[in-house]
Design a protein around this ligand. Structure first.
Ligand code: GN1
Ligand code: MG
Length: 374
């Protein structure tokens, strides 16, 4: 086949160009550029790392290499297929996990066949599986030496830091966009009292730092087409230290929502309480041996803060000129923000119900009594 111009050079770093059968662009994910490269026997994922977002691509790959090596040993020990139970890095012909070519950073992974990543939850059973996979990621890595991971995006889920950045973007208002989103800005100002709920607990050692995925949205979980079981988490760029409250909350954010992240008809944006329950069950089943009572008390806060934080990040990016998230039209980030604000309102409105569901699941899973207070 004729190779697209932008891939001509990088392809030869990995494969014999004459053997390539097909190349497709994958349009999932707001950050990197992803291509599916088909060879007669195997298929690969070739990715250009967004180095505006990840200004230390070597650190990103260092984290991915070390944690996948660690997970691989564990899944083999557990008798699972390492080709399907984790993301496997493909080294370049000169044995590198990252290649700098034509002014860009590239890396390659094995493609997991007969598996799907969903943008919208297809069934409650699958979402329970997603919860299980997010929890499993935590348990697999619970003894990993956290200090050897690079902090590849500083303050990634540090919500007070994100808020300070947001206020600065509004103050600059470089593109004169703040005028049209006064209502949204006020929403974030009105809620400023909650942003340090989790960061304070981390600071005061009330909850522990753990190895975190940090971007557990539903389309970052691979589901086996045949069994409908979750295989593994992908998109490991943001693996860094954090709290499991982030991974729990971020997965629920989109997964338990009744609408896509950029749905503009806000009457469609709500929480599916049943999906919330199924995910919580899958997650809590898996982390039962590691989660602490204080972490359980923070689960709701994880859901709330991950949602309000990303809402704020979308607006920050809109006002700051759409430099971070990929957008498809001019006000895409503003629409995403409005959608996520609606979700935050729903999360606040349903607080007691959500807490009750968590308690019910804890009891059903026979957690000790002192754990059953969310
Ligand atoms: C980005 O890369 P992707 O699309 O899985 C973002 C997440 C946001 C998410 C919002 C590195 O995730 O933090 O929650 O968009 N990733 C990064 O959909 O910023
Ligand atoms: Mg992704």
């Amino acid at each position: 086949m004729v190779l697209p111009d932008n891939l001509k050079n990088i392809i030869t770093e990995y494969f014999d160009p004459n053997k390539i059968v097909d190349i497709k662009t994958i349009n999932q994910g707001h950050i990197n550029s992803t291509y599916l490269v088909e060879l007669p026997e195997c298929t690969y994922i070739l990715q250009k790392i967004n180095d505006f977002v990840f200004n230390n691509p070597y650190g990103v790959m260092h984290n991915i290499e070390t944690i996948t090596k660690y997970i691989k040993k564990k899944v083999i020990y557990l008798g699972k297929d390492p080709n399907r139970s984790l993301l496997n890095i493909v080294l370049s012909s000169s044995d590198q996990s990252i290649v700098f070519m034509d002014d860009a950073y590239w890396r390659c992974f094995q493609y997991i066949k007969n598996a799907t990543t969903y943008d919208i939850v297809p069934s409650k059973e699958v979402f329970e599986e997603v919860g299980r996979a997010v929890g499993e990621f935590q348990t697999l890595l619970c003894h990993f030496p956290i200090q050897i991971l690079d902090e590849t995006i500083k303050h990634f889920h540090d919500t007070p830091f994100r808020y300070a950045h947001f206020l600065e973007t509004i103050r600059r208002n470089k593109y004169h966009r703040a005028e049209e989103c006064q209502e949204e800005i006020q929403f974030f100002q009105k809620n400023e009292g909650i942003y340090d709920l989790i960061s304070n607990k981390l600071k005061n050692n009330i909850i522990p730092y753990r190895v975190n995925h940090n971007d557990t949205k539903i389309n970052n979980v691979m589901i086996d087409n045949k069994t409908q079981k979750a295989l593994c988490l992908i998109d490991l760029d943001t693996v860094m230290k954090g709290t499991l409250l982030y991974d729990y909350g971020d997965a629920l954010r989109l997964g338990a929502s009744t609408a896509r992240e950029d749905e503009v008809d806000l009457s469609k944006v709500a929480i599916d309480l049943e999906l919330f329950e199924y995910f919580t069950r899958g997650f809590l089943k898996e982390v039962k041996s590691i989660i602490t009572p204080n972490e359980i008390k923070g689960l709701y806060e994880g859901y709330l803060l991950m949602t309000i934080e990303v809402a704020m990040r979308f607006l920050d990016d809109f006002i700051g000129g759409d430099k971070y998230f990929k957008t498809e039209y001019e006000k895409h980030n503003l629409d995403r923000c409005r959608n996520q604000i609606k979700l935050v309102e729903e999360i606040m409105y349903h607080k007691e119900q959500l807490l009750q569901i968590i308690v019910n699941v804890l009891k059903e899973l026979e957690y000790p009594d002192e754990y059953c207070v969310a």
